[in-house]
Design a protein around this ligand. Structure first.
Ligand code: F6P
Length: 552
């Protein structure tokens, strides 16, 4: 693909941005009563309103033209037909195959992978049913009521986020814990809270080589064996979710306790695979399947809707407009649902590990900005923390507001209050408050003219902060599945437009390699170590300082 920034479509959008520089979003709403209907889309149980972006018909047309110039439709086709679009790792990217319950078959390198998907799902179901039905018991004959999922990155964030999101669907009496950090306090705190006789450990790792996960898994195994369990009992209490059968066996997990997925499932796109076992155990397999169905409904929409009516495409294009033409480098994810409290963390990996890239697929430096910084918190907590900067900071930040119209747990008037905040924030971010309005307000409040002069600048809100609103009726397994798939496809579309490979993550390697070098240079408690050398002065100095304290 030629550099997208050199195309006439890109230049048309640059001209649009220049023409709209002094046009307020407020005036766009005042001039066009049809704006909400024109810039909203309903699909797969979700409703997206992207009208509070500085988008006009020209902009929308030019964004679609840009998508055509980037051959977005072709890229989508190549992904869905199993082409090795992850070019640096020579892998297909087929997470939609994990949740396709139609008769459609997916192929990778000539092999029908749908059969394997169905077989693995059946194996997961039988295991989950066995645990729930009490046929699978612990080493002392007690039922397995507790799960400890040991994994990190995609092997933690997805299942943890979804399990939390589906709290109202938890099976009574069951508890899932998630251990990710190599900080020993994480596993120690968790082990202190569980009973070895009733706990099932899930070692979740695509590669089964990740330092954090293997260290935590080994600690969990030793803890288990120190509680009167034998090596043979490991089979009853440890299962593995991985693509690496060899390493799973070497760790001591029997073949029948390994649930497989494949190299065409990216770690951050894997919660639909065996990696979702902790979700299935906590909410039941039927609800796990509903999650997959919800995602599939979004896949079908993404696959077939015309670009202008396609929710992931338009969400992606609004993001490209904000990022590349309005210079917005940060994007907030703001779920107004406490159960979605891990969604921002999940999307940080999904988006930033996918699109935090600086070279194109061909290895050329990209000529435009790529993925933004993603951050967020549930509303309303974020309002009392960082929204000040969203409203009045010097940087523009775009945001997604996400809410169910009906809460799973309607309590008094909490939900109306929550929603009023959601709606008010998007309105305030769009409208802002002019100096004239600020002054009139201060006058109304009885301030004297000098005080009005002094305070007015602080009370001005520039407005024009772009937001998307994503509504659903309720947060259910189906709508959650659709929501996650929406973001997956948004990320895919943006990566395709920027011409980058969204499916590798070489950027995590350098730090990992250096940590391996540093590990043997660090003192165990009470150990003396020679002065560090071979690093820069800062790193040597820090190693020496840490070692001096640890030697005491
Ligand atoms: O951070 C790098 C990464 O490879 C992620 O992409 C992945 O989700 C995570 O590590 C965990 O990897 P694994 O599932 O192989 O343990």
């Amino acid at each position: 693909m030629t550099d997208i920034t050199g195309t006439p479509e890109w230049q048309a959008l640059e001209a649009d941005a220049a023409a709209l520089k002094d046009v307020s979003m407020r005036s766009l709403f005042e001039k066009d009563p049809g704006r909400f209907a024109r810039y909203s889309i309903e699909a797969a149980g979700l409703f997206l309103d992207y009208s509070k972006n500085k988008i006009t018909e020209d902009v929308a047309d030019h964004l679609i033209a840009l998508a055509m110039a980037a051959d977005l439709e072709g890229a989508r086709e190549r992904m869905l037909t199993g082409e090795a679009i992850n070019t640096t790792e020579e892998r297909a990217v087929l997470h939609p195959a994990l949740r396709d319950f139609s008769q459609r078959d997916y192929h990778v390198g000539g092999e029908n992978v749908s059969r394997k998907v169905r077989a693995e799902l059946a194996k997961m179901k039988s295991f989950a049913d066995g645990v729930h039905g009490g046929e699978r018991k612990g080493y002392t004959g007690k039922p397995l009521t507790t799960v400890v999922n040991i994994g990190i990155g995609g092997s933690d964030l997805g299942p943890f986020m979804a399990t939390e999101a589906l709290r109202p669907y938890w099976i009574e009496g069951r508890k899932a814990h998630f251990v990710s950090n190599v900080d020993g306090q994480h596993i120690a705190d968790t082990l202190a809270a569980v009973d070895p006789e009733t706990t099932l450990f899930i070692v979740a790792s695509k590669t089964f080589t990740t330092q954090e996960t293997m260290t935590n898994a080994e600690t969990a195994k030793q803890w288990f064996l120190s509680h009167g369990a034998s090596e043979d009992d490991i089979a009853k209490h440890f299962i593995a979710l991985s693509t690496n059968a060899y390493a799973v066996k070497a760790f001591g997990v029997a073949e029948e306790n390994m649930f497989e997925f494949w190299d065409w499932v990216g770690g951050r796109y894997s919660l639909w695979s065996a990696i979702g076992m902790s979700i299935a155990l906590q909410v039941g397999f039927a609800n796990f399947e509903k999650l997959l169905h919800g995602a599939h409904a979004m896949d079908e929409h993404f696959r077939s809707a015309p670009l202008r009516e396609n929710m992931p495409v338009m969400l992606a294009l609004a993001g490209v407009w904000n990022r590349n033409f309005l210079g917005i480098g940060s994007h907030a994810v703001l779920p107004y649902d406490q159960h979605l409290h891990r969604l921002p963390a999940y999307l940080q990996q999904a988006d930033m590990e996918s699109n935090g890239k600086r070279v194109t697929k061909d290895g050329e430096a990209v000529q435009c900005e790529t993925g933004p910084v993603i951050f967020g918190e549930p509303g309303t907590n974020g309002q009392h923390a960082f929204y000040q900067l969203l409203h009045q900071g010097t940087d523009l930040v775009s945001a997604d507001f996400i809410a169910p119209a009906v809460s799973q747990e309607e309590t008094g008037d909490h939900h109306e209050k929550l929603l009023s905040n959601f709606l008010a924030q998007t309105e305030a971010l769009m409208r802002g408050k002019t100096e004239k309005e600020a002054r009139a307000e201060l006058k109304e409040e009885g301030y004297a003219p000098p005080d009005i002069d002094r305070l007015a600048p602080h009370k001005v809100f520039p407005g024009g902060r772009p937001t998307n609103s994503i509504l659903m009726e309720k947060l259910t397994p189906e709508t959650l599945g659709a929501l996650i798939a929406l973001y997956e496809h948004k990320i895919f579309c943006q990566g395709a437009l920027w011409g980058i490979n969204s499916f590798d993550q070489w950027g995590v390697e350098l730090g990992k390699a250096l940590a391996k070098t540093i590990l043997p240079e660090l003192a165990k408690a009470g150990e003396e170590k020679p002065e560090a050398e071979g690093h820069d002065a800062s790193t040597n100095g820090l190693i020496d300082r840490v070692n001096a304290v640890r030697a005491k």
